[in-house]
Design a protein around this ligand. Structure first.
Ligand code: SAM
Length: 281
């Protein structure tokens, strides 16, 4: 199965599922699988659990951070669908399927919503079928591609998304995988440039504002996982340059249009991270 292959919801996944499985290396820890472990999922290997546990020993709130991120993502999709009227989503750095995948949250409100998922992890590709359970009125597709390859992402996404209509670009917990600040900014800029006026950028990420989190991200990297670069808050803010932030602006993930579920995290102090949603004029 070639990189960049797209799975269309209306068809079956091609192949037997064996080809992408051959690309999965169970001896190297992977971001999607460690994230799945912290979220309480079962789609991970011994090496992912070992690194996940090492990080969690140093940074005991890391599992809470994963849950807070997922809860934020649902609130953002609800806002975009119910209040901003968005019906198309491009979710890059999807992660392994879990509760409240993007199409499930959006289609609960607007069944006609169309979603394209993008990730570059071979195990996410193996499980992609679970992301393709769209409503009949809408559609969901999966593209196996790298975040940096905006040309491929957009050409594959165009099979499902109408680029004359607004699209919400979701970048949750992924941009830290691009280490250099300028490259990361360029990457986001290129993706946003491909979207029509009235589209949205929804982003969240960890920040370097907590010593424990910074130290544990070093341990994560030193144990063989692809490095995750925690950024200064000012750099995170700069990803939204030229866009119109919606209320409440760029805030801690727990504070972005919070619901009751966010209260326990708030009581324990804010987690080191930020979130924002902005409209492309
Ligand atoms: C921390 S997980 C976040 C998952 C999900 N967005 C969430 O918030 O729950 C990061 C995801 O980004 C994916 N990823 C990392 N680097 C990537 C890249 N260069 N291109 C595409 N996906 C990437 C990983 O495979 C993983 O699934």
């Amino acid at each position: 199965m070639a990189d960049g292959e797209v799975f269309l919801m209306t068809g079956e996944l091609s192949g037997t599922g064996q080809e992408p499985l051959d690309k999965v290396d169970p001896t190297v820890p992977h971001s999607a699988r460690i994230w799945n472990y912290w979220l309480g999922g079962k789609d991970n290997y011994e090496i992912d659990r070992m690194v996940g546990d090492k990080v969690a020993q140093l940074n005991p709130r890391i599992r809470e951070q994963a849950r807070v991120s997922r809860a934020l993502q649902s609130r953002v999709i609800e806002y975009l669908t119910a209040e901003a009227g968005i019906r198309q989503f491009l979710d890059i750095g999807t992660g392994l399927p879990t509760a409240n995948n993007t199409h499930e949250v959006a289609q609960r409100i607007a069944p006609e919503s169309r979603i394209v998922y993008v990730d570059n992890d071979p195990l996410v590709l193996v499980h992609a079928r679970e992301l393709l359970t769209s409503s009949t009125e809408g559609a969901s597709d999966y593209v196996d591609a790298d975040l940096r390859d905006s040309d491929r992402i957009m050409s594959e996404a165009a099979r499902t998304l109408d680029f004359t209509q607004p699209i919400a670009l979701m970048l949750n917990g992924i941009i830290g995988h691009v280490e250099d600040d300028d490259q990361a900014r360029e990457c986001v800029r290129r993706l946003v440039n491909c979207l029509p006026s009235g589209s949205y950028l929804a982003m969240s990420d960890g920040t370097d504002t907590d010593e424990t989190a910074v130290h544990s991200s070093e341990v994560y990297k030193n144990n063989g996982a692809a490095p995750y670069h925690l950024r200064r808050p000012g750099v995170f803010v700069s990803f939204f340059d030229g866009l119109e932030l919606v209320e409440p602006g760029i805030v801690a993930r727990e504070d972005w249009r919070p619901d009751v579920a966010a209260l326990p995290a708030a009581a324990a102090g804010r987690l080191p991270g930020l979130a924002g949603v902005a409209r492309k004029p």
